[in-house]
Design a protein around this ligand. Structure first.
Ligand SMILES: [Zn+2]
Length: 423
């Protein structure tokens, strides 16, 4: 695979925007069916250009105009902002205070750096296949809650290109949500509280909310292989001290005495969990108080950490799907939730690997053409370049997401016209 060198971006980006970026589906997504007039025109885009030149408040008359601008400026990174009261590129001409963000997708930004207190394999910007499981768990927990608890439908999950994931919730009603409603949603989805100085960040008491119960059962699926085997959180006295600090004192002492006799993290966890389950059984029979320290440990070590400011602010910018990550060269590709457990961030195509694949496909085709095949007209071949690269399945996922929204929109229109017919 062609190694990515940031220095090659000026050469690679024009190829990327001409032949690989899925302009068609992208424009259909952000146009939202043209139901609201000028919706696309009022959307803020921000570009990061060469030498970290950052331009905010870009806006375009149509997806085609955006495409032309991308061809012209070849941004290193694209961010998407809100839909404003006035065209963002004319915000200077509007009366002060009148220019306001009005709508945006509800977005979530989950970043591996926020898990540094519970990862032992890597820290800060580094990730590996072991800790990536934390992102898998985060997507599973948040997505389940969005669908089952909040009744939301159109979610696009995207790999950020480096060490995290983003979610774009695109339902019509949600895009109109106020900052207060967005903050309340993040609050509902947050269980891990407190900063570096807080030892115990999850405290549960009865009655246990169904959201917590369901989140625990998601974590349970991954906990043994991720936390007990992968991170080995009960592997040594130093590491189990961190876990036992979250357990009530009377049980802690007993476990501390027993842990050295057990073979490994898995067996030590069995012991700890057994103790907690016993308190719950006894409590159910009317003896003593139930203890949920096993659940609290599982949640503190695995529950998603959300960046509230990104989700709350309607005007907040977030890196666009299919933007390049300027440091890793990886494309922000949609995640297939059906195959989430198999997703490997290190196998996501980079801009260099894709351009390399294009070259290879082109060379193979030229040989075929030479053998008497009728070549496709040039512009058509260019526009669908991604189809001959490993970007194709990701573009297909994105198209399916957009098509799903379009189908829902048509259904809604039909329903409304039926209703009108009844009156
Ligand atoms: Zn790691």
């Amino acid at each position: 695979m062609a190694r990515f060198e940031p220095a090659a971006l000026p050469e690679l980006l024009p190829v990327f925007y001409r032949r690989l970026f899925p302009h068609g589906a992208y424009g259909r997504w952000l146009g939202y069916g043209g139901v609201v007039k000028n919706y696309f025109q009022l959307r803020e885009f921000s570009f990061t250009l060469r030498d970290d030149v950052y331009v905010r408040f870009q806006s375009f008359g149509s997806p085609q105009e955006l495409e032309r601008e991308l061809h012209r400026t070849n941004p290193y990174k694209i961010d998407i902002g809100a839909v404003y009261s006035h065209r963002p590129n004319q915000h200077n001409t509007v009366h002060l205070g009148a220019f306001q963000p009005q709508e945006k997708e509800l977005v979530f930004d989950i970043d591996m750096t926020d898990y540094d207190d519970v990862r032992t394999c890597c820290s800060s910007a580094d990730i590996c296949s072991k800790c990536w499981t934390l992102m898998t768990i985060a997507v599973r927990i948040i997505d389940r809650a969005l669908v089952e608890d909040l009744g939301l439908k159109h979610r696009l999950w995207v790999y950020s290109g480096r060490r995290g994931v983003h979610c774009w919730v695109c339902d019509d009603a949600v895009r109109k949500w106020s900052p207060a409603l967005r903050a309340a949603t993040v609050e509902y989805l947050s269980l891990v509280k407190g900063g570096a100085e807080t030892v115990k960040k999850v405290t549960l008491s009865e009655p246990i909310h169904p959201f917590i119960r369901r989140s625990v059962s998601v974590v349970e699926k991954y906990f043994e292989s991720y936390a007990l085997v992968g991170q080995d959180i009960l592997g040594s006295p130093e590491s189990w001290a961190k876990v036992l600090a979250l357990v009530p004192e009377d049980i802690r002492e007993a476990l501390q005495a027993e842990f050295p006799k057990k073979r490994d993290s898995v067996h030590r966890w069995e012991l700890l969990r057994g103790r907690m389950e016993r308190t719950r059984k006894q409590a159910a029979a009317g003896k003593g108080a139930p203890c949920f320290a096993d659940w609290e440990v599982m949640l503190q070590f695995c529950f998603p950490r959300l960046d509230i400011n990104v989700s709350k602010g309607v005007g907040h910018l977030l890196k666009s799907p299919f933007s390049v990550h300027p440091k890793t060269g990886r494309i922000s590709v949609p995640l297939d939730l059906q195959k989430l457990d198999q997703f490997d961030p290190f196998s996501v195509p980079t801009i260099s690997s894709l351009c390399h694949e294009l070259d290879a496909a082109g060379a193979a085709e030229e040989q075929e053409d030479g053998a008497g095949m009728e070549p496709e007209p040039e512009p058509k071949r260019r526009a669908r370049g991604y189809k001959r690269t490993s970007l194709a399945p990701y573009v297909r996922l994105f198209e399916l997401f957009v098509e799903d929204m379009e189908r829902a929109r048509r259904g809604e229109l039909l329903r409304r016209s039926d209703l009108q017919g009844d009156f």
